[in-house]
Design a protein around this ligand. Sequence first.
Ligand SMILES: *Cc1c(COP(=O)(O)O)cnc(C)c1O
Length: 452
Amino acid sequence: MKFVSTRGQAGSVSFSEAVAQGLAPDGGLYLPFEFPDITHFLSDWEKMSYSELCFSFFRLFATDIKEDILREIVEDAYSRFSHNEIAPIISLEENLKVLELFHGPTLAFKDFALQLLGNLYEAQIQRSGRKLTILGATSGDTGAAAIAGLLGKKGVTVFILFPDGKVSPLQEMQMTCTESENVFPLAIEGTFDDAQHAVKEIFADLDFKKKVGLSAVNSINLARILAQSVYYLFAWLKLEEEDRSNTTFVVPTGNFGNVFAGWILTKMNLPIKGFQVATNQNDVLHRLFKYGQYSLGEFSQSLAPSMDIQVASNFERLLYFILDGDTQKLTQIMAIFAKDGKYCFEDFKVDGFTSSSVCDDEIPEIIQNIQNKYNYLVDPHTACAFKDLNVSEKYLILATAHPAKFPNVYEKALLPKPKSAILEKLKDKKSLKFSVGSSADAIRSFIEDNIS
Ligand SMILES: *Cc1c(COP(=O)(O)O)cnc(C)c1O
């Protein structure tokens, strides 16, 4: 299987190469050249455990990895999840179910992809003998999940930038209390955007990139998308047969990686009714699906911080399909967007998507209502999914984080703060972070001084 860039100016690459590169050299995002039809596998896949299903799915894409190695990579990735079903489905009422994606090591859905990605990197280093340096910026969850996925991996050194004082105390502990030698959490003066900006500048420095073997763990990485497709498939197979093609997946959305991962299954002919893109008050995608205008929003810090974004990077992948693979047109649109901060589509219509948006004032109230009605506690990101649902339709809501990760919202919802044993244990560990300026130069020299 070959992978191509959305911008059409980079050669096609193997799975491992696409994973190692993250972003394609022409600035585009990688996609499979073609999607396999999975319908004839479904009756076999129905009986499989989560990791068996994940292996069988990845085998269709990761054709350059030996089967026994791939099987080990996948089995190990899901061995640190605390629930034996990995992604259990909870029924709130007949038409309303929740897919819990927070039983991984850092209690957010990002573990599904990053536990796997860490193992893919390690296998690649063993094969090629080339060491890797991982650099990323985080507003909290990605950094924690990336660090947990790469902890102690041989040949990998991890540098994660976060805005000092602007991530939740628990998220900071998840990044800084690892007691691991290959992990460097860098507390940057400034905002998440400053951190992100420095990371982009460093990735554009191709000499440096080559010199230190730089790779990215953010959600533009294709392996993350494919790893996330698996839980949609797993959940779909667990639904009653008559519900499968009339259940809508509701997805708390920021960068559009998660919901895109579900949508690509429809390209493999899985009959899914549709996806509801649930945003917080940073509603760039809601505005897109509603009015056909893709425009930079004003960044606004919210109670669901992992969905606080201005641009949804993975939208570029959907755009590729909307434009029927016209990479020239896509490059044009992205250039206009980069210059003007907006692009208006004439008759923007993609089948299978609806959207909603929730402002901060509504979140505590939604949490409280769900607790009262179903005796079920959701985190503030998942809460955003409970908006604009139609009582006569069937929904499966993706619960993206464990409530204990975002304890501060519950006071506003007049509920006790939830706790998690995993997070409590962190409090006994030694915390270590490095204060670094937010300039690309300062970060580059810190990396050079600390790679082994
Ligand atoms: C990252 C994250 C999201 C947003 O996911 P995207 O793939 O960026 O759309 C939603 N909820 C939580 C808890 C997250 O950590």
